[in-house]
Design a protein around this ligand. Structure first.
Ligand code: C5P
Length: 335
């Protein structure tokens, strides 16, 4: 196995034009370090103002040539939780790329999952991003980064960021991206829940919380003024640049978590309990995206290892990760 060049293609034939036998791509899960959510737009989406960080929990997608389109999944406890039909985002990505490039063959996608399913960490989006990159290589369709980004945005709001990785500011639906400067490496503990949450259900729950707030808040309050997403404050970018987990911990914010708390009130209690019992080594916490995964930012790798171990002793599933991590990339060799 060669590890010299991360962009090296697997099984590339010597003439460089023949079919590839197999392409392996890895794409990261994400945490929204900041998530401002506006009111529902006519297009059925809520405008966002967000900062993404890719973390070192990766989805692996291996693409092999096939006549039709199919997908297999490993790494999940309950295979029922991942659809293998056209609801599967990776399969949709492959079909979309074939249609966009008039490619008339197919592909089998084998996905190995590490990002929690329906956990608010963009695992399905990472699969789609990895599938786009893998098929573009396998089929030699040669689309550039801009075209891949366009297809990614049509597949789902979080897919473009899974292509890009690192740390980035997202606006619109979260798909209009600008890289953000970030210093250092942040150590995370991800606390999983047994049952996922549906993203649209969490947005709807947020709408309900807001409607009730308006109802009980002011008697008339001109019904209620439209809410724009809270913008990322400049102090947030300063804390990202500081490289100091304490500063970033203070700045973490997720407006959508009011919706997740409404559907699953234990999440709020868990955040409080873990932060209070962490002896100061947990420096920030928030629900990851729409949840129910909770992301705890820790002061050091050792503190994060200890926090994860403590949660596991309590019977919980806790994963360790660091960020920022690379976006979707080819994996060399046969690993
Ligand atoms: O883009 P994605 O497929 O992940 O979105 C799933 C659903 O979540 C959307 O159809 C919409 O109901 C809701 N959503 C939203 N506002 C966003 C993102 C998603 O209301 N910014």
């Amino acid at each position: 196995m060669s590890t010299a060049d991360p962009w090296e293609r697997d099984s590339r034939p010597s003439d460089d034009t023949g079919p590839l036998a197999r392409v392996h791509v890895r794409a990261p899960g994400k945490i929204n370090l900041f998530l401002g959510v506006g009111d529902l737009d006519e297009d059925g989406y809520h405008p966002l103002s967000t900062v993404f960080q890719a973390v070192s929990l990766y989805e692996d997608v291996i693409a092999t040539p096939a006549d039709g389109f199919s997908v297999g999944v490993s790494g999940v406890e309950d295979p029922e939780t991942v659809p293998l039909d056209d609801r599967n985002l990776a399969l949709r990505a492959a079909k979309m790329l074939a249609a966009a490039t008039a490619y008339d063959g197919g592909v089998h996608l084998q996905i190995h999952k590490r990002v929690p399913v329906a956990g608010g960490m963009g695992g399905g989006s990472a699969d789609a991003a990895a599938a786009l990159v893998a098929c573009n290589e396998l089929w030699r369709t040669g689309l550039g980064a801009d075209r891949l980004h366009e297809l990614a945005a049509r597949l789902g709001a979080d897919v473009p960021f899974a292509l890009m990785g690192g740390t980035a500011v997202g606006s619109g639906r979260g798909d209009v991206l600008t890289p953000a400067l970030s210093r250092g490496r942040y150590e995370w503990v991800l606390l999983l829940d047994d049952e996922g949450l549906s993203t649209p259900a969490v947005y709807r729950a947020l709408d309900m919380v807001r409607a009730e707030d308006a109802e009980f808040g002011a008697a008339d309050a001109e019904a209620r003024r439209r809410q724009d997403p809270v913008q990322v404050p400049s102090s947030f970018f300063e804390s990202l640049l500081s490289g100091d987990p304490f500063e970033l911990g203070q700045s973490l914010r997720n407006q959508l978590q009011a919706g997740s708390f409404r559907l699953r009130p234990q999440l709020e209690e868990t955040i409080e309990r873990v932060c209070d019992s962490g002896g100061g080594s947990v420096v920030g916490a928030l629900v990851s995206g729409s949840g129910p995964t909770i992301a705890f930012l820790c002061e050091s790798a050792e503190a994060a290892d200890l926090t994860a171990a403590t949660l596991r002793v309590q019977g919980r599933t806790a994963l360790r990760a660091h960020g920022p991590a690379r976006g979707a990339h080819l994996v060399a060799g046969t690993d």
